[in-house]
Ligand binder design. Structure first.
Ligand code: C5P
Length: 408
């Protein structure tokens, strides 16, 4: 995600909330990722966090007052409203949300929010009753209709002693939402991307399983890329080593059969299906319900072939649905991938080399090829999985079938 913030100008508005101190960590993460962060403290924000902290972290003068003499004409609100790539209001009080919704401009932040055309992301933090009040809910709905982004709030114990929604959502979730807002990409707006991801664990008995080395990193990179393009994303995931993106719906399905059930349920609503899971090829039918005891005799397991989820989707989907698969290979990449593309009736298959130290299960990068039924295989350089995901959707959107999916 770090490359999303490199050289971006982010105005970080900090408003009146006990959570204002958390803006320091957020600012620090953004600066680390290469962003230029301009802190703005409202009068409420200044009650909770000092300008000196934010200035120390960002290396920028904190803006606190509408009428302070502009030391740098770039800081002048109109200039900054133009120069900013993103306005991030974290924590966002009920007050700043209400002012923005109704176009009030009585301090630096609210004035500049009116002047900017940059994307705006609010991370609300307030008392539960204030958050749930119809006035606040209506204001949030109004801002969303205008294209503003929201992340959180989280739920839990609040500083006021109440329990419920109103906590500033955690920094990683804000960073993810900021990367989505910054991208400002609507190429999959209104579309539902369904994907399988991660490994399968096929039980041998209640405590043992047959598994594989899939980490889930590729699947989650695809899910995040789809979110950044404005899609609604559902990930049917088996066991994996990494945390999923915050903005996706997660359905846990540890075995191939439960994964197929979940895919079958959700497929009718999907526009694009991506099979990124390392689905187990075999299972043990009716595994014993009690832990099996060891003895000195060889153990023979009878394995039943699992359903092929990608092939099921490829063969049964509606004409407007796009189906994409992966072919994880150690040799003869293109031959194997070509055969799978045809057998599974997919629109696109990503052949990837899982034999190298820098490409395959658990790595951060991948060496891959895109194969489609009608064109020459496209050879890709070694790419970060996030970059591979970005190129994958660009390629998907160039498929002949995508015209029906994305114009409809
Ligand atoms: O396992 P194989 O290499 O044939 O599968 C490649 C593609 O098919 C991957 O996209 C994988 O997610 C999918 N697959 C599946 N169900 C299986 C086996 C593979 O969906 N049982």
């Amino acid at each position: 995600m770090a490359r999303d913030f490199k050289d971006k100008v982010i105005v970080l508005g900090v408003t009146g909330s006990v959570a204002a101190y958390k803006a320091c960590e957020l600012a620090s993460r953004l600066v680390e990722a290469g962003a230029e962060v301009i802190p703005v403290l409202t009068s409420g924000g200044r009650e909770f966090v000092g300008a000196a902290s934010l200035e120390g972290i960002t290396g920028q003068r904190a803006i606190t007052d509408m009428f302070e003499p502009a030391q740098n004409p770039e800081i002048e609100h109109i200039a900054l409203a133009r120069r900013a790539d993103l306005f991030l209001i974290a924590p966002a009080s009920a007050n700043v949300i209400a002012k923005s919704a109704h176009g009030l401009a009585d301090d630096w932040l609210s004035t500049t929010l009116l002047a900017t055309r940059a994307p705006v992301l609010y991370a609300p933090a307030m008392n539960t009753k204030m958050y749930q009040h119809p006035a606040t809910q209506d204001n949030i709905a109004l801002l969303k209709r205008r294209g503003c982004h929201f992340v959180g709030p989280g739920s839990g114990a609040l500083a006021c002693g109440e329990f419920g929604p109103g906590r500033l959502i955690d920094t990683p979730a804000i960073l993810e939402a900021a990367s989505i807002a910054l991208r400002n990409d609507h190429s999959l707006e209104g579309k539902h991307v369904l994907l399988t991801s991660g490994a399968n664990h096929e039980p041998i008995d209640p405590v043992r399983f047959i598994g594989n080395r899939s980490s889930g990193k590729m699947g989650y990179a695809i899910a995040l890329e789809a979110l950044k393009r404005g899609a609604q994303v559902t990930v049917i995931t088996g066991p994996c080593d990494v945390a999923p993106p915050f903005g996706v719906t997660i359905i846990q399905a540890d075995t191939a059969v439960t994964m197929l059930d979940a895919v079958t349920d959700l497929l009718p609503s999907a526009d694009i299906f991506v099979a990124a899971a390392a689905v187990a090829d075999y299972r043990i039918e009716n595994p014993p319900t009690k832990k099996q005891k060891r003895d000195d005799q060889p153990l023979r397991l009878e394995l039943t072939p699992n359903p092929d989820i990608a092939a099921h989707v490829g063969l049964t989907r509606a004409a407007h649905q796009i189906a994409v698969g992966f072919a994880a290979e150690t040799h003869d990449f293109l031959e194997h991938a070509q055969r799978k593309l045809q057998e599974k009736q997919l629109d696109l298959i990503v052949a990837n080399d899982v034999s190298g130290a820098d490409s395959g299960f658990g790595t951060e990068t991948s060496r891959a090829w895109f194969l489609t039924p009608d064109e020459e295989a496209e050879v890709l350089p070694l790419l970060a999985k996030s970059e591979l995901a970005e190129r994958l959707f660009t390629r998907i959107l160039a498929l002949p079938r995508a015209a029906a999916v994305c114009d409809g």
